[in-house]
Design a protein around this ligand. Structure first.
Ligand code: G4P
Length: 293
């Protein structure tokens, strides 16, 4: 299809990560998976579900401040309907993080009951925090660990170098051992990661990317484009819309032509920072059951 879709993504070294995560899973009670609420499918690694198998999962929809509130609600409902726990958070401000611990306690309530009946009160719950790069995993851990004591020493265990964080007496977090890569082989995934800035701009042609973003925004968010850039989409092509944005912003080259490269950079920046509005590019209803499995 477009040029954007022909990008050679760097290869995912998933084999090592798969091994590291599998080894360390034995050390935890549950997994907390951080995803980007604007692209909840593209910001997940589809292999993860198989790796974590039956471990309880809490899905943390981060960057929910940038995502459509209706989309956030739909995704929480979706994950819950599949037996997972799910919360929406904004790790930039900390909004929603108060719900994390209660959600973990609820997810693991049977285990807590068992501990209690065996007199093992005070045994902390341990969670592995996973997420592809740029979803906000460091921001999440930093916020959660902010008031906690220094990082816990490496535990004697299967994997050396595992980084543990003690949140309080009841909760400990383990940072992902290894790097969890997204599913780069899928061109649409690569494109959406590029929209959000998770893939660096220097590997993509930003004009092509901006035109593709316009195409993705048109069905549900035409009103946001129209009101923010004061353009009327009418029956303009995606490229013509980019030209209109350039003209509206006075971005003209010396010959008076629309400077679409500058307009593309502005559009991408304003989408990423949420200035354009709160936008979700992937909704549960867009995926069939097999794709989601
Ligand atoms: P990572 O460890 O998963 O790679 O991600 P990291 O925490 O470094 O976050 C990646 C970027 O996303 C950072 O922006 C961070 O501030 C931003 N971010 C994280 N969580 C949220 C959120 O809930 N909402 C919003 N709006 N942004 C979030 P950056 O541009 O790389 O750095 P900076 O803006 O902090 O300087």
């Amino acid at each position: 299809m477009s040029e954007v879709q022909n990008i050679q993504w760097f290869p995912g070294h998933m084999a090592k990560t798969r091994r590291l995560i599998s080894q360390s899973l034995k050390l935890v009670d549950a997994v907390a998976e951080i995803i980007d609420a604007r692209i909840p499918v593209s910001s997940r690694n589809p292999e993860l579900a198989g790796i974590i198998a039956n471990k309880p999962l809490i899905v943390i929809l981060n960057k929910s401040d940038l995502a459509d509130p209706d989309g956030n609600a739909a995704w929480v409902q979706y994950f819950k309907s599949r037996g997972n726990s799910a919360i929406t958070v904004d790790c930039k401000t900390g909004k929603g993080l108060n719900a994390f611990k209660p959600a973990v306690m609820e997810l693991l309530k049977d285990k807590l009951e068992r501990y209690k009946s065996k007199g093992m009160v005070g045994k902390p719950l341990r969670l592995m925090v996973v997420g592809i790069p740029n979803v906000g995993k460091s921001s999440f851990i930093n916020r959660m660990a902010r008031n906690a004591k220094a990082k816990v020493e490496d535990r004697p265990g299967v994997t050396r170098g595992n980084q543990w964080y003690s949140i309080d007496r009841q909760l400990e977090l383990l940072d992902t051992p290894g790097i969890l890569w997204p599913k780069f082989e899928d061109p649409l995934v690569g494109e959406r990661l590029a929209f959000t800035g998770a893939v660096k701009d220097d590997v993509v042609d930003i004009e092509t990317l901006a035109v593709r973003l316009i195409s993705c925004l048109k069905p549900d968010y035409a009103n946001l484009l129209e009101s923010w850039y004061k353009v009327t989409l009418r029956d303009l092509s995606d490229y013509e819309i980019l030209c209109e944005i350039a003209r509206r912003r006075g971005m003209l080259s010396r010959g008076g032509e629309a400077d679409t490269e500058r307009a593309a950079a502005i559009l991408l920046d304003e989408f990423r920072s949420g200035k354009l509005g709160r936008i979700t590019l992937e909704l549960p209803e867009m995926y069939t059951e097999e794709e989601n499995a």
